[in-house]
Design a protein around this ligand. Structure first.
Ligand code: XIL
Length: 359
C-alpha cells in the first residue's frame, strides 16, 4: 500500500521536530504560552537535579542567593559567589533569570537598620543604603537578569481600622513610611532600564489582601513609577484558592495595565498557616491517594486558568524542583514532610504533572 506523499512528509517532519529522543519538558509544552521557571540553590544546579532542570525549565530564580542578607552581609561587602554561579549556569544554558529580591523585611543583614552607634538608622540613610544596594546588585547582572522582584511582601496581612493603612508594619515602613516602595523601583529602573520590575506578594487571591495590593499597585501606576507587573507568589494548597478568587485577582491587577507572573508556585498538602509552630503528635504527614488527586485537580485547574491569560501572564515559576526537598518541609512546621511540586521524591513526574501538560 502506498502512503500519500503529504502524510509521509508530515510524519518525517514530526520526527525531525522532536528534540532528540527527549519527550520534551514543561517548557516545551508551554512554549507558546510563557516560560516555566524554578527556584534553585547552587546545590540544585550542580547536583543530581541538573538534568531534570535543563529538561523541564527555561527560567531560573535564585531561591535565596540574591536576598539582601546572603548577598550583602556587611555594609559595602558583597558575597557574589552563589548568585554568580546561578547566573553563569543559566547564561551558559540560555535560560532566562528572574532576580529575587531587592527589598524585603525578611532575610535582611544585621547592619541594615542600625547606624554605627547602634541606633535606628534615619530615613535618609536607609534610602541611601537601599539605593546603593539596588544599584550595585542590578548593575552587576544588567542585561542578564530579565526581571526583578523589586519589593517583596510589603502589604499587610491584617485588616486595619485605618483603611488608608495598607502596608506591613516592618522596619522599612516604620523608618521610611511608604516612600521606600516607589524609590526601590526607581533605583532598579535607573540601574537597568530594560529589566522588567515586579511587586511580589502572597495571599493575593484573598479578597481583602487583593484589595490592599490593588491599591498599592494603583498608587504606583498613577504616580508613574516604573513597574511592569505583579508577582503572585502562589504558595497555595489543596484547599485554596478558588478558581473564582484567582481569576478575580488576575483581572483586577491586569486592569491597571500590569503584567502578572506566577513567581513561587507550590501546592501544599496542608491548609495554609503563617506562623511557625511545632509538629503536633497526632499530625500525619501521609501523602494519601486522596491528597494526590486533590492536588492534581488543583494543578489542572490553575494551569488551565494560566493558559487562558496568555499575554497577561508572562511567566510561571515553581518554588523548588522536586518533592525530595522543599522549603515547606521546614515551614511552617519543621520536620513535617510536604509534597507540593510536580516531581516526586525520586524526580519522576507525578499525576499532577500529566494534568498540567494535557491540553
Ligand atoms: C524561602 C526559601 O525557600 C527558604 O529556603 C528560606 O529559608 C526562606 O525563604 N516568599 C518568598 C521567598 O518570597 O523568598 C521565600 O523563600 C518563601 C516565601
Amino acid at each position: 500500500m502506498r502512503y500519500p506523499t503529504v502524510l509521509l512528509a508530515a510524519a518525517f517532519l514530526t520526527v525531525l521536530h522532536l528534540p532528540g529522543d527527549q519527550p520534551g519538558g514543561l517548557k516545551d509544552y508551554y512554549h507558546d504560552y510563557f516560560p516555566i521557571g524554578v527556584a534553585v540553590s547552587v546545590r540544585s544546579i550542580t547536583g543530581p537535579d541538573t538534568a531534570l532542570i535543563l529538561r523541564e525549565f527555561n527560567s531560573l530564580t535564585p531561591e535565596n542567593a540574591m536576598k539582601m542578607g546572603p548577598i550583602h552581609p556587611e555594609e559595602g561587602r558583597y558575597f557574589w559567589k552563589d548568585a554568580d554561579a546561578i547566573v553563569d549556569f543559566a547564561t551558559a544554558h540560555g535560560i532566562r533569570i528572574r532576580g529575587h529580591n531587592l527589598c524585603w523585611h525578611e532575610q535582611t543583614p544585621g547592619w541594615l537598620f542600625k547606624d554605627s552607634a547602634g541606633n535606628t538608622v534615619t530615613k535618609e540613610d536607609l534610602l541611601k543604603r537601599l539605593k546603593d544596594h539596588i544599584t550595585t546588585v542590578v548593575s552587576r547582572y544588567k542585561g542578564r537578569i530579565y526581571a526583578w522582584d523589586v519589593v517583596n511582601e510589603a502589604v499587610s496581612d491584617e485588616n486595619s481600622d485605618d483603611t488608608t493603612r495598607i502596608l506591613r508594619n516592618s522596619p522599612w515602613f516604620r523608618i521610611c513610611g511608604d516612600e521606600f516602595i516607589a524609590k526601590a523601583f526607581e533605583y532598579a529602573h535607573a540601574a537597568d532600564p530594560n529589566a522588567q520590575l515586579f511587586y511580589n506578594d502572597y495571599n493575593t487571591e484573598r479578597p481583602e489582601k487583593r484589595e490592599r495590593v490593588y491599591r498599592l499597585l494603583r498608587k504606583l501606576v498613577t504616580a508613574g513609577v516604573p513597574i511592569t507587573g505583579v508577582g503572585i507568589q502562589a504558595h497555595w494548597s489543596v484547599y485554596e484558592p478558588s478558581a473564582t478568587d484567582l481569576r478575580a485577582s488576575i483581572d483586577r491587577f491586569s486592569s491597571l495595565g500590569l503584567k502578572v507572573q506566577i513567581t513561587e508556585l507550590d501546592i501544599s498538602i496542608y491548609p495554609w498557616e503563617k506562623k511557625g509552630r511545632a509538629r503536633r503528635q497526632d499530625e500525619s504527614d501521609a501523602y494519601t491517594p486522596v491528597l494526590q488527586q486533590l492536588q492534581a485537580d488543583q494543578y489542572k485547574t490553575f494551569f488551565s486558568i494560566f493558559r487562558g491569560y496568555r499575554g497577561t501572564i508572562n511567566g510561571v515559576t515553581f518554588w523548588n524542583v522536586t518533592d525530595k526537598h522543599t522549603w515547606l518541609d521546614q515551614y511552617p512546621v519543621p520536620g513535617r514532610k510536604n509534597y507540593p511540586l510536580l516531581f516526586d521524591t525520586a524526580g519522576q513526574p507525578k499525576k499532577a504533572y500529566w494534568e498540567v501538560v494535557k491540553f
